[in-house]
Design a protein around this ligand. Structure first.
Ligand code: NAG
Length: 228
């Protein structure tokens, strides 16, 4: 009898702790998040973000010899540093803002030998609530570490199904004229035209589902979710 009472005490203590600590909520929102640079960011923005983040966190892994040195591009190095900063600061939406050049990713951006760490879910309802009428809005972009061969494959594949003319010379999404931007535009349009089914942003593990709109200036990264 005594041991049964003790059992119920322990059980109720556990349940109290579970609910008061938001246990259920945490289980539902346990989605890990990362921060990457927007594929539409220009070089000067990326360099600014690298300097800012690397003054505050350890950027050894993107130095020569580090596991995240390759590909040796600003967008990959900046993304790595921005993610380290976002994680270190506690994953608030503003920790991945970088003057509107950061995207919060629900997919792990790790690629080949380079690991992007994540300590957990986003700490607030920031960008999705503020920027979009639909809090569950998502877009698809290429992982910043994706090699050019894969980016070209993704462009060829997606542009067979969707209209990629905005990324052609003179188009609204031509600049920055990088494979990463052009591939991301095409991958997003493919993702949107497939009802934002997560598998349509896979692209052999080179796609990221992000929760901020990558659109900039006159270039629109389509979002198919708004209805009415
Ligand atoms: C880069 O982008 C930033 C932010 O959009 C802008 O203020 C800046 O003028 C751009 N710089 C260049 C060289 O295009």
């Amino acid at each position: 009898m005594a041991s049964l009472t003790l059992y119920f005490h322990i059980l109720s203590l556990f349940l109290c702790f579970f609910f008061s600590s938001g246990g259920l909520l945490k289980m539902v929102t346990a989605q890990r998040t990362w921060c990457v640079a927007n594929p539409t960011a220009n070089i000067s923005t990326l360099i600014g973000n690298l300097d800012y983040a690397c003054n505050r966190i350890d950027c050894d892994l993107i130095q020569q010899g580090g596991s995240c040195f390759y590909p040796d591009t600003y967008i990959h190095h900046a993304s790595f540093a921005m993610n380290m900063y976002y994680q270190a600061m506690g994953r608030h939406s503003w920790d991945c803002n970088f003057k509107d050049s950061g995207l919060i990713s629900m997919t792990d951006p790790s690629y080949e030998s380079c690991t992007f760490q994540s300590g957990g879910h986003q700490s607030d309802n920031g960008p999705t609530m503020a920027q979009n009428s639909d809090a569950s809005a998502t877009w698809c972009v290429a992982k910043p570490g994706t090699n050019n061969d894969m980016l070209l494959l993704n462009i060829n594949y997606a542009c067979n199904h969707v209209d990629c003319t905005p990324t052609h010379g003179g188009g609204a999404c031509y600049n920055p004229a990088t494979l990463l931007n052009h591939a991301s535009f095409a991958m997003n349009l493919y993702f949107q035209s497939n009802g934002r089914n997560p598998s349509s942003c896979d692209f052999r593990k080179t796609g990221l589902i992000v929760t901020n709109d990558p659109s900039y200036g006159t270039c629109t990264y389509e979002y198919s979710g708004y209805r009415g």
